[in-house]
Design a protein around this ligand. Structure first.
Ligand SMILES: [Zn+2]
Ligand SMILES: [Zn+2]
Length: 360
């Protein structure tokens, strides 16, 4: 990465910002269009980011169906990177022309949980690309404190900064003991980030178990785990059984990052006595699964979850600057907002490792 402090003049407050912009906007669940709307106005403590790329993730499929925090009309996009195009008069942390990645979550700081130092669990979360306009637009407004300089990190790597921040929070939650054996189900973009962070934070050995395909191929190419198990569509029980036999004492930590309820249900059988099960995937809200409470009691199993990131982008940038977190090659297909329907299909069918929306 290059210089973090832009050498652009800080006394300018904006830079060639047009009146109108193109954006992908939902009017309600499943109803979207490319619209021409006003460029957002910014307040004294805000910045306007000219978006260069914004990652597409599984959560966007949930927003598409109107789930999670979705509020209409909605411009989705919560994994955005771009260049500062305008700043409010109080803004000091970034200047015009700086390239930044945006943290999409803003806690209210005054609710029950925020005042108990748990902003991640805020009851009134402002979610850029969820309940306020996000990054599938040419410009997006953010409070200045949510944007972080990324130097010359390429756009298609910068879109991984937010998912990596979520993974970083997952690592904090896991509290991996030194020398642990870890099993990770799933190696989507998030799994690939988790895998790298797991190995840098105490795991002696990491196994990835995943369906075959471009994602597992890339994981192997990047060399992010110690062993890889392919779970096929037609014989999953055989392979799961083989994995169990090969690891009779199970794993200290088992991470479910596929979002598949059947995998989550079985994942607990791989947890060592005294071990932890990490619920990392995003499941449909209506899903229920069955676990044996006797087993959880008898084996003193800890079940924990990691909801999202809050303020973890600076840590991610440290790993990236140190050359330790590999972000290249994961976002492997780009689309324009006009191609959103096609992009959604490709993400749904898992034809891409990770898609990103890009702008000129
Ligand atoms: Zn996401
Ligand atoms: Zn709050």
């Amino acid at each position: 990465m290059g210089e973090f402090k832009g050498d652009t003049p800080r006394n300018r407050l904006h830079h060639d910002v047009p009146e109108k912009m193109k954006a992908l906007q939902y009017s309600e669940a499943e109803k979207f269009a490319v619209v021409n709307i006003d460029v957002p106005k910014i307040g004294d403590d805000d910045v306007l980011v000219k978006i260069s790329a914004c990652g597409v993730c599984g959560t966007d499929l949930h927003y598409h169906k109107g789930e999670f925090l979705a509020k209409w009309p909605l411009i989705p996009g919560h994994e955005a990177a771009g260049t500062i195009a305008a700043i409010g008069k109080n803004v000091k942390n970034v200047g015009i022309g700086d390239r930044v990645a945006a943290d999409p979550l803003q806690p209210c700081l005054i609710c029950f949980h925020c005042t108990r130092r748990k902003p991640l669990l805020c009851d009134n979360l402002t979610a850029f690309g969820g309940n306020v306009p996000g990054g599938f637009a040419e410009y997006c407004r953010y409070p200045a404190r949510l944007v972080h300089p990324i130097g010359d990190l390429p756009d298609l790597e910068a879109v991984l900064v937010e998912p990596a921040a979520c993974a970083t929070h997952g690592i904090e939650r896991m509290q991996i003991e030194v020398g642990s054996r870890v099993l990770l189900f799933g190696c989507g973009p998030t799994g690939m980030l988790l895998a790298q962070l797991i190995r840098m934070n105490g795991a002696a050995h990491l196994t990835i178990a995943s369906k075959g395909g471009p994602k597992l191929d890339l994981a192997k190419e990047l060399g992010i785990a110690d062993s890889y198990i392919t779970i096929s569509d037609d014989q999953p029980h055989m392979e799961m059984q083989a994995l169990k036999s090969a690891n009779p004492y199970g794993f200290d930590i088992v991470v479910e990052a596929t979002g598949a309820p059947t995998v989550l249900e079985q994942a607990i059988d791989f947890v060592r006595k005294g071990g932890k099960l990490v619920v990392y995937g995003v499941y449909d809200e209506s899903i229920k699964i069955a676990w044996s409470p006797f087993r959880i009691w008898e084996h003193e199993i800890t079940i924990l979850a990691s909801f999202c990131s809050m303020g973890h982008i600076p840590e991610v940038i440290e790993y990236v600057k140190a050359g330790k977190l590999k972000l290249g090659g994961i976002a492997n297909k780009t689309y324009r907002i006009e191609e959103w329907a096609e992009c959604l299909e490709a993400v749904r069918k898992q034809e891409v490792v990770k898609a990103a929306i890009v702008f000129d």
